[in-house]
Design a protein around this ligand. Structure first.
Ligand SMILES: [Zn+2]
Ligand SMILES: [Zn+2]
Length: 352
């Protein structure tokens, strides 16, 4: 049996949380520069000592290149390697790539995914290099060694081709959280009705229970790392044809931009940073949780004990003072004690 381990990463809904003054702060600090959002991950067997060395080197050298972002590194006893989301000054992109070329022994050949647009506001306020037990939060005990058998990594082009052929017959899993799915997803994708990856991987067993070991199982996430873990988990259980989108929706967005094909992904690619998403198509798939108007803008509830990510229109955002509920609003005003343990469905009661 898998040993249950404590999650070392807080639920993803609480990630990318930003204080209210974020824009103002960032605007003043970074006004004149242009940044490129860049991400990559590598599942790699790093020793604990190496992880500590890397943390210090990355922190020092990337800071001196003006990079901001969030970098996780983890040792091989868990889901080990590196997961890197950065905003890099445009004139430093080549230097940053050269810098990472020096770590081939640790991370292999790095395949980057880039944001769709450069931005004058970086998507992070500073650089954080954090040591984790696992690169992604997972309930089961998985070592880096366990992830050696990977799902088949399909290029966006092959992914598009195979999905187009299978049409609505496709068995396609969206390995992200429900609020990410809600604002944008691939046609015919199955929604994991969960708030964290920890819960999602648990659901996998149920979803594939009636499938033959030869069944084509397609899966995708934002940048690929969640599928590298979940897909490998299924491969280990004997499912032979597990296929993941290489580079995730990030890479697919770029492919579609360059291609004449119609996007099979509709809506917004949710991102865990100050942007909270990039439009792949102009479809708006969600409604404001308060008034029901068509909207795909994600608000991060400013009650620091809540920090819920949810869809809210500008008018309601202003009316509710950037909170998700009357309760959080009252907590902020000092009228109530915060009482709700985090529960997305209980907390956001739809008024419409
Ligand atoms: Zn509204
Ligand atoms: Zn709230």
């Amino acid at each position: 049996m898998f040993k249950r381990i404590l999650g070392n990463v807080t639920p993803l809904t609480r990630k990318g949380t930003l204080p209210n003054f974020y824009s103002l702060f960032v605007t003043r600090r970074f006004l004149s520069k242009k940044f490129k959002p860049i991400a990559f991950y590598s599942i790699a067997p790093l020793t604990e000592n190496r992880v500590l060395t890397l943390r210090n080197v990355l922190e020092k050298d990337l800071s001196s290149l003006g990079v901001v972002g969030r970098i996780y590194i983890a040792p091989e006893q868990g889901v080990g390697g590196i997961n890197c989301q950065m905003a890099v000054p445009v004139d430093k992109v080549d230097s940053v790539k050269e810098f990472f070329d020096g770590f081939k022994n640790d991370f292999g050949t790095i395949e980057y995914t880039q944001g769709m647009q450069d931005t004058s506001l970086p998507n992070f306020d500073k650089l954080r290099v954090l040591v984790k037990k696992n690169l992604v939060s997972i309930r089961q005990h998985v070592t880096t060694q366990d992830l050696a058998v990977q799902p088949h990594h399909l290029t966006p082009e092959d992914w598009h081709k195979q999905l187009s052929q299978q049409k609505d017959e496709v068995f396609l899993l969206d390995m992200r959280n429900q609020y990410e799915y809600n604002v944008g997803h691939f046609d015919h994708a199955i929604k994991m009705d969960v708030d964290t990856f920890r819960e999602g991987i648990h659901l996998l067993d149920q979803l594939v229970a009636d499938k033959s070991k030869q069944k084509d199982i397609f899966m995708y996430c934002t940048g690929g790392i969640r599928c590298s873990v979940a897909g490998s988990y299924l491969r280990k259980k004997g499912y032979e044809n597990v296929k993941m989108l290489k580079g995730g929706i990030n890479a697919y967005g770029h492919y579609i931009k360059e291609s004449t094909n119609t996007s099979l992904f509709k809506g917004k690619n949710f991102t865990f940073d100050g942007r909270r998403g990039e439009a792949i198509t102009n479809h708006v798939l969600t409604q404001c949780y308060h008034c029901g108007s068509s909207c795909d803008h994600i608000t991060n509830c400013v009650n620091t004990r809540c920090h819920l990510l949810f869809v809210q229109c500008e008018a309601c955002k202003s009316k509710m003072k950037h909170t998700c509920s009357n309760h959080c609003h009252n907590v902020l005003e000092g009228k109530e004690e915060y009482q709700l343990d985090y529960d997305y469905h209980r907390q956001v009661a739809k008024a419409w």
